[in-house]
Design a protein around this ligand. Sequence first.
Ligand code: ADP
Length: 238
Amino acid sequence: MFQVSHVSKQYGKTLANNDITFSVDDGQIAVLLGPNGAGKSTIIKCIAGLLRFQGEITVCGMDNKSIDAKRILGYIPEMPAVYDLLTVGEHLEFIARAYELENWQQRADELLARFELTDKKDKLGKELSKGMQQKLSICCAILHNPKVVIFDEPMVGLDPHAIKELKKLFLELREEGASILISTHMLDSVEDYWDIAHIMVSGMFAATKLNNAQDTHEESLEELFFSITEGQAPSQAE
Ligand code: ADP
């Protein structure tokens, strides 16, 4: 599980995250919805340990910037960052060496097959399309079997097969007990696999909806989303 406690992040005069507190349990899928500019990527980057912030974030009880926390964290950035001059296969080997993994080849091959990258194994990062880079980024982020996985706008640029595989992967990770956070501005990509949804506006959580009988909202997630965000910054347009 991971816990975000009173996290605020300011860029110059812009307060991108304003005192955010939430947690994601083991075996739970949380989605972070919100219009562009709501602060989703910022909180995700804070959790991934890429930004300085005020407040506290722990991953399975450990400070998120500690090496032990990073060992069990997987992060899929919005823009895939692949190495131009490493092949697809070398990317996975690089990750395996960095995390000191053993017997990783079979899992790597299975991931490549799932995301239709097997025949691209010898291609260089710079030779891949944006969608292929995104798929490689997903494979690299989960090769070490992370307990906490955070996806920033993961569907953007993926083909239908990859989207289907990715949704299956979310459910498998949940089944294995991982804590999963998925940010998106595309409400229709969320469908029904979420357990808890946070709607973010102007750096804060404006509403939280549960996907079970304990939820107190009468509206669907979509209705709730639009009742909160309509008239705010552009959302579905970009
Ligand atoms: P979202 O992911 O929901 O689209 P972001 O977290 O990217 O939102 O951005 C939240 C706010 O922070 C926006 O107003 C954005 O312009 C601002 N912002 C994001 N990154 C930076 C940055 N590196 N420098 C300055 N302002 C930034």
